[in-house]
Design a binder for this molecule. Structure first.
Ligand code: PEP
Ligand code: MG
Length: 556
């Protein structure tokens, strides 16, 4: 048995046989050419064919593919047309007098090096697109064609360098039980696909996968990012049991679909889902969340190759509201900066980005960008119960400036006779200790609050959430964070407003009783956690929870 480890990209356990997409590893060798012009013509023909193929895939799948896949295909067509990329290849062919396949390989190496050196996960993931289009060009130049026959892989574990969007469009989702890739990140296409399909996936396994042969027995543990190659009987039996238990738990939890989340002593709690990409909508609905409590709109910006227009955003928000069938949706305004970079939103280099120009601070600086988003949101407001939420608030002035933008937007919409809902609830995130400590003041100006425990913990403990050496500070929830949540809940309730938690702490069932005891009214959680949190609530006695919370917080 061999054990491999890499980045877990989608949770769950799969046991099955390996199916390697062998053609994923086509390699080009360097050959000197006598006539570079003929080679250039050969390359241009392959380039035209590649573009044509992508267009065909796009057209064939339009209507059935999700928006994200459509975006990726568009990104690839955009990259294929990119003049800089084309010049790079043609210059290598004519300058070095080498074959087109080799020139493509060199350009691929240069571009992937460039993208992967950027400190931006979205741009890193674009390496996959560059590799995809280079693989496509190589295949055309070498005359390779890939016959994708997904049914051959019935219930088997797919192994690829990285899946090309054009391949995943045709993928029979019922035929694959896990996806393992040599390359890629949690933002890459196969990872997104696996999460959407709700099958386990591990990315970035690299050369470890060279040890795997077609038909080998594999265990994939998507929770820990571990793969067991040709496991011994005991390991196989252990994971088989774990998979069975997981299945039974999921089945048991399905009984909670359609049921309210009410504690044993009758306290009703609202559980909504967190989303960032359009595929999350399906997961939120499947898990019976009572709406969306946090939609991280920045991913719309991070995934796009240019600043999304008002119209693009309007269509996206309208789609979210319509597909939630009348359930409430809270869309958080742009929260780039720190770990979430937008490639075309200028953020000057900073010594300490987590404490820097991010969230609302950045939004108020790029007022035009923010205003465009607010306008798109208000235009979409007629399609469903929308709430707007501002991130990273630390002063009252930031809230007032945000509301000023809303007023301007409303005046412009009125002048143009565009319909919108006037009283869209406007809330804020509590992510800074300052926001928590002035929540009594802020509560006079906003309609609701949601605690971003990920950032709140980072700022209360002065512990960078991206620093793996400090993860121990996040493991045991610090009383200081809990005291701030309680303090905020008390202030907010005095003003008759509600407080929710949308950070990861809300998705931890071990924290449910504590959060509710502190006064949290609603939770917005990872869609996969909705039903287990509901089960926890239904088995909970609020009086007991409060007593325990008081003891832990040293308040009695
Ligand atoms: C948080 O900080 O807890 C939060 C929900 O926001 P994000 O994780 O997107 O920063
Ligand atoms: Mg945050």
């Amino acid at each position: 048995m061999k054990v491999m480890k890499a980045t877990p990209a989608s949770k769950g356990i799969a046991l099955g046989q390996a199916r390697i997409l062998g053609d994923s590893f086509v390699d080009a060798v360097c050959v000197r050419v006598e006539d570079p012009r003929a080679e250039l013509a050969r390359f241009r023909k392959a380039h035209d064919d590649a573009l044509e193929d992508l267009k065909k895939v796009y057209e064939r799948a339009s209507g059935t593919m999700d928006e994200d896949t459509a975006n990726i295909l568009q990104t690839q067509m955009f990259l294929l047309r990119d003049k800089g990329f084309l010049h790079e290849i043609t210059n290598i062919i004519s300058g070095m007098k080498v074959n087109a396949e080799f020139a493509v390989k060199m350009a691929e190496e240069r571009y992937t090096r460039m993208f992967s050196s950027m400190e931006n996960e979205y741009m890193n993931a674009r390496c996959t697109d560059i590799k995809d289009i280079c693989l496509r060009l190589s295949r055309l130049l070498m005359g390779h064609t890939v016959e994708w026959t997904p049914n051959r892989y019935a219930q088997e574990i797919l192994i690829a360098r990285e899946l090309m969007p054009s391949e995943t469009v045709d993928l029979d989702v019922s035929a694959v039980s896990a996806i393992l890739t040599k390359e890629g990140s949690i933002m890459s296409h196969s990872a997104i696909l696996a999460r959407t399909m709700n099958i386990p996936s591990i990315v970035g396994l690299g050369s470890q996968l060279d040890a795997v042969n077609d038909g080998d027995v594999l265990i994939v543990d998507g929770d820990t990012g571990t793969v067991y190659l040709n496991p011994d009987e005991a390991t196989y039996a252990q994971f088989d049991k774990k998979k069975e238990e997981l299945y039974e738990t999921q089945q048991r939890l399905r009984e909670y679909i359609g049921k309210p989340s009410v504690t044993k002593d009758g306290v009703k709690v609202v559980i909504r889902g967190n989303g960032a990409v359009v595929e999350d909508l399906e997961r939120i609905k499947l898990n019976d969340a009572e709406g969306i409590g946090l939609f991280r709109s920045e991913f719309l910006y991070m995934r796009s190759t240019s600043l999304p227009t008002e119209e693009e955003q309007f269509l996206c928000y309208k789609n979210i509201l319509e597909s939630m069938d009348g359930k409430p949706v809270t869309i958080r305004t742009l929260d780039v900066g720190s770990d979430k970079e937008g490639s075309y939103i200028q953020i000057p280099p900073e010594q300490n980005p987590a404490m820097g120009f991010r969230g609302m601070r950045l939004g108020l600086w790029h007022r035009d960008v923010y205003k465009t988003q607010i306008k798109a949101l208000y235009r979409a407001s007629v399609y469903g119960p929308l709430s707007i939420m501002f991130p990273m608030i630390s002063t009252l002035d930031e809230v007032l400036q945000g509301k000023e933008i809303i007023k301007e937007v409303q005046a412009e919409l009125d002048a143009d006779g565009i319909p919108y809902v006037k009283d869209v609830p406007v809330g804020i995130m509590i992510e800074t200790p300052a926001a928590a400590l002035i929540s009594d003041i802020l509560a006079k100006h906003v309609d609701f609050f949601s605690v971003g425990t990920n950032d709140l913990t980072q700022y209360v403990l002065a512990a960078d959430r991206m620093n793996s050496r400090l993860s121990y500070l996040y493991e045991d929830i610090h009383v200081a964070v809990l005291r701030l949540i309680k303090f905020s809940a008390d202030c907010i309730h005095r003003e008759g407003k509600k407080i929710s938690v949308c950070g990861e702490m809300g998705s931890q069932r071990s924290m449910t009783a504590m959060l509710l005891a502190l006064g949290v009214d609603e939770l917005s959680v990872n869609p996969a956690a909705v039903l287990e949190i509901r089960e926890t609530i239904c088995n909970l006695d609020m009086r007991e929870a409060k007593e325990q919370a008081d003891k832990l917080l040293g308040m009695k």
